[in-house]
Design a protein around this ligand. Sequence first.
Ligand code: NAD
Length: 268
Amino acid sequence: MGRLDGKVALITGGARGQGAAEARLFASEGAEVMIGDVLDADGEVTAKDIGDAAAYRHHDVTSEVDWEAIVAATVETFGKIDVLLNNAGVFLVLPMAMTTLEAYERVIRINQIGTFLGMKAVMGPMVGANAGSIINISSVAGLRGSQGSIAYTASKWAVRGMTKTAALELAPFGVRVNSIHPGIVDTPMLTELTQYGPDVMDNIRARIPVGKEMGAEEIANMALFLASDDSAHCTGAEFVVDGGWTAGDIEPALPGAATSRSDIGYNA
Ligand code: NAD
């Protein structure tokens, strides 16, 4: 028995990266999945790999018309919509002084307005069914300031805030809304960082307590929990998957910092 048997999920930005991993995992757990993206070739391949349980449709999250069309297509193809995974996003690494209004607005339109439009678009069918789970992908950049990414940080804080308001408004109607806050995930999005040189990833890894980035399946596992009835009592909450990155600063030179197993009392 799958954890998503009988459920239908709509996943935005599902052509590659985390969205594709989520589509595969959801389908393997019994869900039927509508994948939207602007990368049509990749999206078609992802849906074809999954098989009959998945379909792909061109969908730009900034377009209200596209939202109306993909929600209608999901209901027409699979009969209903139980889960919306607002995953589509773009990253921009640029200091504030170099961020043009146009570049800022592009990130806000995709990451923030796309999420807002998505929640509005599925409200009708979900409230009508008195059930639903909306999962919004924010970031650790939605939990604190992130140097060199003002537009991205603003958009991900907005996603975190919108999640809470939507959760309050939709709880009486059986619809849950939660946010996931990934740390560094090994997907094509990381080229936005690696373009700045080979040392960037090593510097970041040195700040992550578990010492490495994660695979997309780590976020997919969290999304699976939120999509399933296992999380029936969770709404308006933040789910952090970051290898400890936001737990605090790593300061190995400070007195008291553990650097060996015996420092933490492990003597076996
Ligand atoms: P990715 O670049 O592989 O995937 C993002 C997907 O969104 C792509 O398929 C892209 O085509 C799609 N997309 C972009 N603009 C779109 C639009 N207008 N309409 C529809 N789809 C669009 O990166 P990813 O890591 O899989 O990112 C998934 C989510 O996770 C994003 O919201 C991202 O901000 C977030 N996130 C990523 C990381 C990371 O380290 N990779 C960390 C924290 C949060």
